[in-house]
Design a protein around this ligand. Sequence first.
Ligand code: 3PG
Length: 215
Amino acid sequence: MLTMEKILRRAYPVLPVLVIDDVERAVGLAQALCAGGLNVIEVTLRTPQALEALQVIRQEVPDLIVGAGTIIREEQFTQAVEAGAQFAVSPGFTERLAQAATEMQLPYLPGVMTPPAVLAAVEHGYRSFKLFPANGEASVRMLNSFKGPFTGISFCPTGGVTRDNLLSYLSLPNVACCGGTWIAPASLVQAQAWDQITQLAREACAMARHLESLT
Ligand code: 3PG
């Protein structure tokens, strides 16, 4: 069974957060990230084209695990499942969203930012979270502090992660992977510069491998 923990492990080092406003570009983008060594992507439900894009990627790029992101309303879980999403991501945590995820039996990565939010979600059985927004060095320090009280909990910092601070997060033992849009910038997607996106993905994977070789 595909659990959120397994999906985050597969996503290491980077979970691309994609904003797709043209279905014609969806498959090229997904293939470019896959070619760069990434295994999991998140298609955010922020554009009218997102659900169709997700569906097409699932059909055409079967090697990828594809999730639906920016889930902020309960009914979006049903829409995501109907489009073929294999997991869902929210920028925050609410009981209603958690209940909807459970009803749809969809692996779910809720967002948290504070210890009370982590505790509330842990009470519902969650062990993996999107840390949103990730705020540079302050968030690196905060996640480092979370190690003690939140044993066995892992995070996917997102919303402020860049090539420059990626390794600061990945070097923390409670960070499973990092999310972000920088790996597929809108300008490159618009230009269909797939080779450059593959290169960004490859570079992130190489950076993570180098980090692992040091430990
Ligand atoms: C998200 O939806 O997770 C964030 O908006 C992505 O933020 P980023 O553009 O800073 O990566």
